[in-house]
Design a protein around this ligand. Sequence first.
Ligand code: SF4
Length: 376
Amino acid sequence: MVGCYQCDDEWGWTIVTDRSRGAPTETGMTVSESSLDEDTIVRMDDLTVTFAGEGGVARVLQEVSIEIEREEILGVVGESGSGKSMFASALLDAVIEPGRTTGSVEFNPRSGEPFDVLGLSSDRLQRVRWESIAMVFQGAMASFNPTMRIRDHFEETIRAHGKNHGERMAHAHELLSALHLDADRVLESYPHELSGGMRQRALIALALVLEPELLVMDEPTAALDLLMQRSIIDLLASLQDRFDLTIVFITHDLPLVAGLSDRLAVLYAFEIVECGPTATVIEDAGHPYTRALLRTVPNVDVPVTEMAPIEGQSPDPTDTPAGCSFHPRCPLADEGCESADPPFERLETEHEVACYHTERARESVEYTLRDGEVGP
Ligand code: SF4
């Protein structure tokens, strides 16, 4: 059993107290001294991203620590500007200059030893990015070269990684068909000849053609209409099952990911504030921010007056409030909240919340769910 691991208990949630890394290996990897359970595919520890500029140091990801279980679907949700995309970039050591990433991202392949993604040589990192961890971004059009057919993208990827052309193209056909596409037609098409939904599905197939174990998706359906979003969510669930994938699905759309994910991690102000099984977080959220987020979900069973946007703005990364970063927007904030960052508290389930007043939040920040509207 794995999870956010700020606490240590009988379920195997672990405190990592020794964050020192081992020596780099001859392959350029850095192997952590800590061992990973075989069911854990990724352990992010104290992952922090900063950008230094004239306006000061912007912390755009703040000491994120979480374990990802093999073959689970982890939903990462938060408002715009909460650090979601930086979470994805840091996981792949893809933060652009002059950003600085610290902490560790241990990846535990099915075969071979665990390694720290942040300690890889650039050659090894390029291989890991397609062969072990793949990523799909919002807006497939920008990810494809408009002058190349879809087939060329597959062939170039296969060639660059020295893989068997026949085997991989057969897998490309299998993936495209699994995504309900006419493989022959799509492969011969240029990106502009496909609809947005077809392009996004072709991009998912391309990401999976080298059979990575982990697929990271950053707002992959944001540019699509609702029907296509739902269709892609259904297809992802079936792909995950068929190819034993682990998926990290990053989005601002809580209802969308709630229907897909096994667990949810809620990001606010560049750090995780709540994490747990999806059904538990949705039905019994413990953090005032999560509960406020759930109040923003459109719901025909709730009067419009009870639906409310979250007041105030996300913090500026160069000027994050002291103490609990949500306190300027939180109806329950008191002096204690302003002076010290709340530690994670484990609730009665595998469910952790960083808040001093979880019980008060449950009593006073109300939200209503409609069956089938939000949740798995
Ligand atoms: S710690 Fe205080 S300010 Fe932060 S979310 Fe909880 S009640 Fe609100």
